[in-house]
Design a protein around this ligand. Sequence first.
Ligand code: NAP
Length: 304
Amino acid sequence: MAVMFERVALLGLGLIASSMALGMRRSGLAGSITGHARSAETRDVAMELGLVDAVFDSAAEAVVDADLVVFCVPVGVMGDLAAEVAPNLKPGALVTDVGSVKNAVVQAIGPHLPDNVHFIPGHPLAGTEHSGPRSGFASLFKNRWCLLTPTGETDPAALQKLTDLWLALGAKVDTMDAEHHDLVLAVTSHAPHLIAYTMVGVADDLKRVTESEVINYSAAGFRDFTRIAASDPTMWRDVFLNNKEATIEILGRFTEELFDLQRAIRRGDGQQLFDYFTRTRAIRRGIIEAGQDTDAPDFGREHE
Ligand code: NAP
């Protein structure tokens, strides 16, 4: 594939940035890649793995001359980082981010940017419970959606260029407004993560069950919760602090439904439980049919 951006700057060099770097390298999408991360250790690893051609301990230096700047840091630090790099952005540069929340990111980054750059927020719906520069892989975005949240003022050519980048990384691209994005993600990602964190926390609190029993006898349901609950604490703290309204709205609905099911169990209303589980099973089928998960039993884990 042809070079799409002569110089790319990745701010943050964790799971998402390293996957983008490997994907861009694999397809020759970037002339050169510069990077910045908070710790010297992460910067060294990024160089050692060849994710970037140069690293800088200052974000402002990393963006000099970059045609594409991608904020790949936790949502809570994006504003400060934007303020730091803004004076050094190249006129005409495309600026984007990969944050899991969009409205708060627009508010945090937008005001700092000069008028002569194109800012289009983005969110690849792809990830694992691992973090850091060693956790990335080039195919992370393959067949996953990347949601972009342009506004009425977004330059169509810049939007097309960013769309083409994500397509070249293997993703499927859709656009929506930032507020709607945050509501959709509250349902599909943020509330489920909080529920998983809570369920694992409850098991931890349950002193009647010893720790080894919880671990040794972890059945599919609990085990799958623990995978989600192992996700990065900083990232997820920032997600909840920055998508308050939508998450609280969805958790309110969740609590109502939970009480309803709890009452059905107490009353012995098997029909209600059966009907509910039939409806939710259809959602799982829809996800498989959309190619967003494997149909293999037990999520494709190997069994003898
Ligand atoms: P990650 O693996 O934990 O990497 C975060 C990176 O940000 C690290 O390189 C870290 O540097 C750097 N960083 C943190 N604070 C910084 C600061 N103050 N200044 C400069 N660099 C800083 O995280 P990730 O999973 O790639 O997530 C990055 C972004 O993608 C987040 O906004 C997240 O919401 C979003 N996202 C994540 C997923 C997912 O499933 N993981 C999916 C989609 C979107 P050090 O290593 O030196 O601390």
